[in-house]
Ligand binder design. Structure first.
Ligand code: CMC
Length: 396
């Protein structure tokens, strides 16, 4: 234990989060000592016996068992989001004949983000967007709908067979089995016992995962995960979000209105604030200098005036002073990339490429650490206490 320089209290050294809870959660209750597992208060045994995977998915995501109407809507939406874009399937077809299906699956999921730009908060230029329930639900339906299809495509590719088109008149797991099947025909109906067994297995595996690292996964998969974490607009995707924000502001005279919206929490000032840097981010200072050097070569990027005006106004404003919010590394980097002619959506990629070295350094170090353990952050369960499953027909 040591005193934290920020004065916030004690910093506790807890290798691999073995004793540290990282979040409050209402989703999964686990008592390792008694062997109890509950999803949202429902014992796993009851769910495995009486429920279905899609119903459990609904429970996990939305917190309550669905009514009949909610269930019908939810499963209809998911089963009508099972098709993947033809080009995704084509992409999957380009893997080596012996490619590991997990590698194909992860790549397919990753590729999906480019086919559904409406799920990208950076393109919308607002962090509020992804909190919109309608938009969020759409992504939930898509991910639940399309991931089995991607998995099936990976599998079919592995065995050198053509892909089977999803059948949305089947149940979730029946459809998955259908897509995997060697001889699928339109009228093929998977064995209901197998479909149910798979459904139960899915229920048992449905608990939410919060952490990628330290499972000794291969470095490519680990980096795909690390790159995904980086991609968010609060992290390495902020450079793209900054540029879209500056374009939306457009001119210096719009800066005060924009800052007012930030203070009213209608917007976020991308490129400002940092978990660690509570002063001017040293990287931002250097980047600002480089910006002018690049402009000398490529021509001045006109939005720099908006950026400088924004920075000046924010640094003089009580809201930002009180919260120790300063420009971070992403505030000026996008302007440089833009001046250099990179398209805006390449910015996070430009952040990720050099990060690979850092990720590999951590990977190597952890492999060389003889005391290294799998990271399993704990959660403090604050959801409902134990409750009994109510059959669908008896629900309101
Ligand atoms: N605009 C408006 N308000 C902000 C901002 C911002 N950019 N950043 C923090 N705040 C406020 C926040 O609302 C909170 O206010 P209150 O105490 O009244 O609730 C206070 O400042 C403390 O912020 P926090 O969210 O508790 O800080 P955090 O350490 O959890 O988050 C951050 C750090 C980087 C996610 C956040 O500052 C942020 O969202 N910044 C904008 C996105 C961005 O530029 N990210 C790139 C970071 S640098 C690249 C890298 O990741 O290395």
């Amino acid at each position: 234990r040591e005193e934290d320089e920020s004065g916030k209290g004690l910093r506790v050294f807890d290798p691999a989060f073995q004793n540290t809870a990282v979040a409050y959660s209402k989703i999964t209750y686990i008592n390792g000592d008694t062997g109890a597992l509950r999803y949202r208060g429902y014992p796993i045994e009851q769910l495995a016996e009486k429920s279905t995977y899609l119903e459990v998915a609904y429970l996990l995501i939305y917190g309550e068992l669905p009514s009949k109407q909610q269930y019908n809507y939810f499963s209809h939406e998911i089963m009508h989001h099972t098709f993947v874009h033809f080009n995704v399937a084509e992409l999957m077809g380009k893997f080596n004949y012996d490619a590991h299906p997990m590698g194909m699956f992860i790549s397919g999921i990753s590729a999906m983000s480019t086919f559904h730009p409406d799920a990208n908060p950076a393109l919308a230029g607002s962090d509020l967007f992804i909190r919109d329930e309608r938009i969020r639900n759409k992504q939930i339906y898509r991910l639940l709908g399309k991931t089995p299809t991607l998995a099936a495509i990976a599998y079919r590719h592995r065995i050198g067979r053509s892909y089977n088109v999803p059948q949305n008149n089947l149940t979730y797991t029946e459809n998955f089995l259908y897509m995997l099947d060697q001889l699928s025909e339109k009228n093929y109906k998977p064995n209901p016992k197998l479909a149910r067994a798979l459904d139960v297995l899915f229920i048992l595996h449905a608990a939410a995962m919060r952490h990628i690292g330290s499972s000794l996964v291969d470095p490519y998969s680990a980096i795909s995960g690390a790159a995904t974490a980086l991609y968010g607009p609060l992290h390495g995707g902020a450079n793209e979000a900054v540029l879209r924000m500056l374009e939306q502001i457009g001119s210096l005279d719009k800066v005060p209105t924009f800052l007012q919206e930030v203070k009213e929490r209608k917007r976020k000032l991308f490129g400002f604030g940092h978990r660690i840097y509570k002063n001017y981010d040293p990287r931002a200072k250097i980047i600002r200098k480089i910006a002018y050097e690049v402009f000398d070569v490529c021509g001045r990027e006109s939005l720099i005036d908006v950026a400088i005006g924004l920075e000046k106004a924010a640094l003089e404003d009580d809201y930002f002073i009180k919260r120790k919010l300063y420009p971070n590394v992403d505030f000026y980097s996008g302007l440089i990339y833009k001046a250099m002619g990179f398209p805006t959506d390449m910015f996070p990629v430009l952040f990720a490429i050099p990060r690979v070295a850092g990720w590999l350094a951590h990977w190597k170090e952890s492999l060389e650490d003889k005391d290294s353990k799998i990271w399993r952050p704990r959660q403090v369960y604050v959801g409902p206490s134990v409750r009994s499953y109510v059959p669908l027909d008896l629900r309101d």
